[in-house]
Design a protein around this ligand. Sequence first.
Ligand code: PHE
Length: 346
Amino acid sequence: MFTHEEVHVTAGRRSGLPITIAIHSTALGPGLGGCRLWTYADWRDGVEDALRLSTAMTAKTALAGLANGGGKTVVALPPGTRLDVDARRALLHDVGDAVETLGGRYGTGPDVGTGTDDMVTIGERTDHVFCRPAAHGGSGSSSPGTAAGVVAALRATVEHLDGSADPAGRTFGVIGLGSVGADVARRLAAAGAHLVVSDVRADARALADEWGARWVSPEEALTAEVDVLVPSALGGVLTPAVVPRLRCRAVVGPANNQLASPDVAGLLHEQGVLWGPDYVASAGGIVHAVAVEQYRETEAVVAARIDRIGDTMAEIYRTAAAANEPPARAAERLVAARLKVTAGTR
Ligand code: PHE
């Protein structure tokens, strides 16, 4: 079923590269979602990724209590593409033009493959862009906010498992030490947690030593014996084949679209592994961006707002446990309810 409001695929006037902007829903307000710049074997795979990621953004913004819907931009780079400074600039101007064409129904931000400086370049063509550096009037990187939200979600997770929200003495397996994953691991280490960590880049190992964490390969990390697995890299890690090999009690992390297919939520539930939906755990970044740039809230108020991600996750766990269903099911019902209430009042 086609559930999107609009999907635009254009060839950038300057770059010639395929840019997809998918707006899934504007029921609660303008669709938001970052700009992903990634390599795909076929540009159609980029379109598909945009469809999936924008759908998750509707759930993310709705459950985070924002007056926004879901959208996403994906630029599908053909394999082997190397963008020099000028080519990258041209491409980002193409993205800015594409966003501007939508007249505010969609706003963009950073995502995998783009950062705060790129938002400045996009911002030369449109105002509908979040997370420019503070010097350029934006809220800066979304990573610290995302990490703070993940930690709130992890505290709710261990509390649901056995009554105490304290990460101290628990073991977490952090897969991927990019800006968000490394920040989450650092916060957990500071709180006295044990860590098993991995990254595809071998040079991230120095971080593991710094935290006294056990360093393993990404494959080993996935099946490590831990309390909570924290996927913090690309999506699709939870496949039907991986689920029976898991040796964790829960999986909760910031990677978008962790389930290789929706039925994996049921498989995890049957196996007694608690999966806290990624679109709940990862909302801290967008919450920070919107609360600072649009609601003009102070950092302290924003921090409290991000902390409420833990309450939302706890509510989802409780509702799911009462109905003996996967948390993803409870979360989906909550999303539907929020979208419907607003539709009724318009
Ligand atoms: N890309 C991040 C997300 O998926 C963060 C973000 C998106 C921040 C859009 C601001 C605007 O949530």
